[in-house]
Design a protein. Sequence first.
Length: 370
Amino acid sequence: RLRLHDGKLVKDRRFHLRTYPNCFVAKELTDWLIDHKEAPDRETAIRLMQKLMDHYIIHHVCDEHSDYKDAKLLYRFRKDDGTFPLSKDVKVFMRGQSLYEKLVSVEESILKVREENSVKYQRTFLGSEMIDWLIQEGEVENRQEAVELGRALLEHGIIQHVSNRHHFFDSDILYHFWINFRRRRRLTELLNENSSRALSESPDSPFCLRKLNPDPGNTSFLSVQTNKEIKVVSAVRRSSITSLSGNSNAYFSAPPTLVFPPVAECNPKSVLKRPVTNEELLSPGAPYVKKTLTIVGDAVGWGFVVRGGRPCHIQAVDPGGPAAAAGMKVCQFVFSVNGVYVLHLDYQTISSLIMTGPRTLVMEVMEAIE
């Protein structure tokens, strides 16, 4: 957007005796993307601009077209006309970017290269150090507000404990900025994103307990579905998940088979003896130990059920499945999925993370110390 302003592609334009401020011509922008190596061809350029429209970043000046047309039509960045939707997620991201830019541009910044357990980390700071700086710069009014801001930044993946073991605390724990806001990003990165919209509408789930033996003569393993009714799932294949996400893999070539006999109305009880909060899990000295599990999904699935939210927990594990072989147990809490901190997410969101990820699943779980 800023480059287009500097290049005068975004400017006031007249059409049918009316002036439209801060807009650009779609066809001119397509040419610009190709000339500046942002897109290899017109088809890719159109797909990129459509992605921006889908994310409410640009729109037709009169909202008469919901798609991006490579023609002499006027479009505008929503940031230029005040229609950009500032959701909570966007606000946290922009706040993180603002703080990052402020920190890297000052002399004697608290962001430094530091070492922990013989590993060097970039852009690091101590929790208490960040809180002192936030108050000093007038970014927050008190330490409690600073802690809440730090936790929001961590939960949105902007900052992180250097070894991903702690939430944000007012202490001498070492954190670093997980996002380098100054890295030059290319528009084509947008096309590499996996959409979970189709996946969320699928009856398939990575958490469906695999059948112990997919032969028809054996009993299927019970799996608790999202509607909290018990259904029998027979040979749930990850191939259906893979095909939905647009990936082809010869390993998962068998067609999915879902068997839903008459449903037994039942509200399964949680395996947890009592509710547990994130604060309880993450407080220093809490009776929980973190474990890293590497689960290689087979042709049937991963073999576990997750439920709850903030935090999610393991509700059931197929004793003959990959998850059990990796050491997963019921009542464990899901801390991270493939390096993404998930204690603040619900199980539907975690489901999308796994379905759009690789077959080899790396999960961090927190288990109560006996």
